[in-house]
Design a protein. Structure first.
Length: 418
């Protein structure tokens, strides 16, 4: 199937929403415009995003969060990249990062149903699916990464000296798993997809989301263009061969390959199929780019992820000088498979190619390695720069935006030779 022209869709929907031609689900246009203005000024900071990283637990997360695997950030848990060094291609479920807007709901799969509804269906009305109903449809398995749009946000401040809002992720708001489920296209067709449909809006079953100023935005939801929904989107019910855990969307989640994580709605409870363009707060005041380098009304809604690289090494790790070390890492991109990774162990003065250990895969990452013998004791800066099959290479700096999304610059990873 031909892939959708996502940039054209984004531009068209942005014009439609600003002109009042698209429906903002569940929120008045007045509130939307107020929140949009606040987001443009970096004022709309959601509740819970700035909880200190030193918090030992997260009340909204079910699974254990051992310190050696995670950094807890409010309602979220970031995977420590050095905790992935002894794992394979797929991130173990117990080490997979958690991004929650509110808290993890504990849902009984036997009571769960998915309601597909809206004027984009042939006969209108609604159709319900149980988990057993979904499992009767043809199953699909795919290895895909899920990554928060704010992954790398802290480096806007620490590397570029810029002030941004939101959770101060380093690079651990990503994980790759083997997902199993059904194609969203098959479910929509079974529900009676009509020719007039243009947008699909999945909605989660997590608690309502309330901003710092008290605005209740309802349950987390974000629309998809029909062309994307019919292309490669899954309704996943398994993760690495097991039923989805609570924190990762049990019993069923949406999986949108290569797009920012907010599109992959967890704990999906209903899907609206609309014959008119849809918007929600999660692609109007959130998950767009605001700042001096962008239009006054903000960019189009974010879709594909950027290219990034991370070392599987503790921040500020100590290494023996004069001894050989095998250093490892991972690189990924939402636009294409990783075809090349260059590394530097002297702060960027000299570069050499790393060894790639996986085939290029558009929706996954590539593991790589390099050998290094620190010549003498002292402080060093390790750099990794990836290039994907679409020709994108990590830049030296990322154009800033007020909410700190899509950081893609080369990260300077400090180590100490002793």
């Amino acid at each position: 199937m031909r892939r959708t022209d996502e940039s054209a869709y984004d531009r068209r929907r942005l014009r439609q929403w600003l002109a009042g031609e698209a429906r903002a689900d569940g929120v008045s246009r007045r509130d939307m415009l107020r929140l949009l203005a606040a987001a443009g000024g970096a004022l709309a900071v959601p509740v819970g995003l700035d909880t200190p990283a030193s918090a030992a637990v997260s009340a909204g997360i079910v699974k254990p969060l051992p310190d050696e695997w995670f950094t807890v950030r409010g309602t979220n848990a970031e995977t420590r990249f050095d905790a992935l060094g002894d794992t394979g291609y797929h991130t173990p479920v117990d080490r997979f990062f958690v991004r929650n807007h509110t808290s993890t709901p504990v849902i009984d799969a036997t009571d769960w149903t998915l309601t597909v509804h809206g004027d984009g269906l042939v006969h209108g009305g609604s159709v319900e699916f149980t988990l057993d109903d979904l499992k009767k449809l043809p199953a699909v398995s795919r290895s895909v990464f899920v990554e928060c749009a704010g992954n790398g946000r802290s480096f806007f401040s620490t590397q570029q000296g810029q002030t941004v809002t939101g959770t101060a992720w380093t690079l651990g708001a990503i994980g790759t798993a083997r997902w199993r489920g059904v194609r969203l296209a098959d479910v929509l067709k079974r529900a009676g997809l009509g020719r007039a449909a243009v947008d699909v809006l999945p909605r989660g079953l997590d608690p309502d989301y309330v901003t710092a100023d008290g605005t209740n935005l309802g349950r987390v939801r974000r629309p998809l263009p029909l062309s994307k929904a019919l292309d490669d989107v899954l309704l996943a019910y398994e993760m690495n061969g097991e039923p989805l855990p609570y924190d990762h969307g049990h019993p069923v989640r949406v999986l949108v390959p290569s797009w920012i994580g907010i599109a992959s709605i967890k704990w999906v409870g209903d899907i609206e199929v609309s014959a008119q363009p849809l918007y929600s707060p999660w692609n109007t005041d959130f998950y767009r780019l605001f700042g001096a380098s962008y239009p006054s009304g903000g960019s189009a809604p974010l879709t594909r992820q950027t290219v990034k690289s991370a070392w599987e090494l503790a921040w500020g790790a100590s290494l023996d000088a004069g001894h050989a070390h095998r250093l490892t890492g991972r690189s990924w991109s939402g636009a294409g498979g990783i075809v090349r990774v260059d590394v530097s162990t002297d702060g960027g003065q000299r570069w050499r190619r790393a060894r790639l250990h996986d085939a290029a895969h558009r929706d996954g990452w590539v593991r790589w390695s390099t050998d290094w013998r620190p010549p003498a004791p002292g402080a060093y800066s390790l750099l990794a720069r990836a290039t994907d099959s679409a020709g994108r290479t990590q830049p030296d700096t990322t154009v800033p935006n007020t909410q700190g999304y899509l950081f893609d610059a080369v990260v300077r990873h400090p180590v100490q030779a002793v």
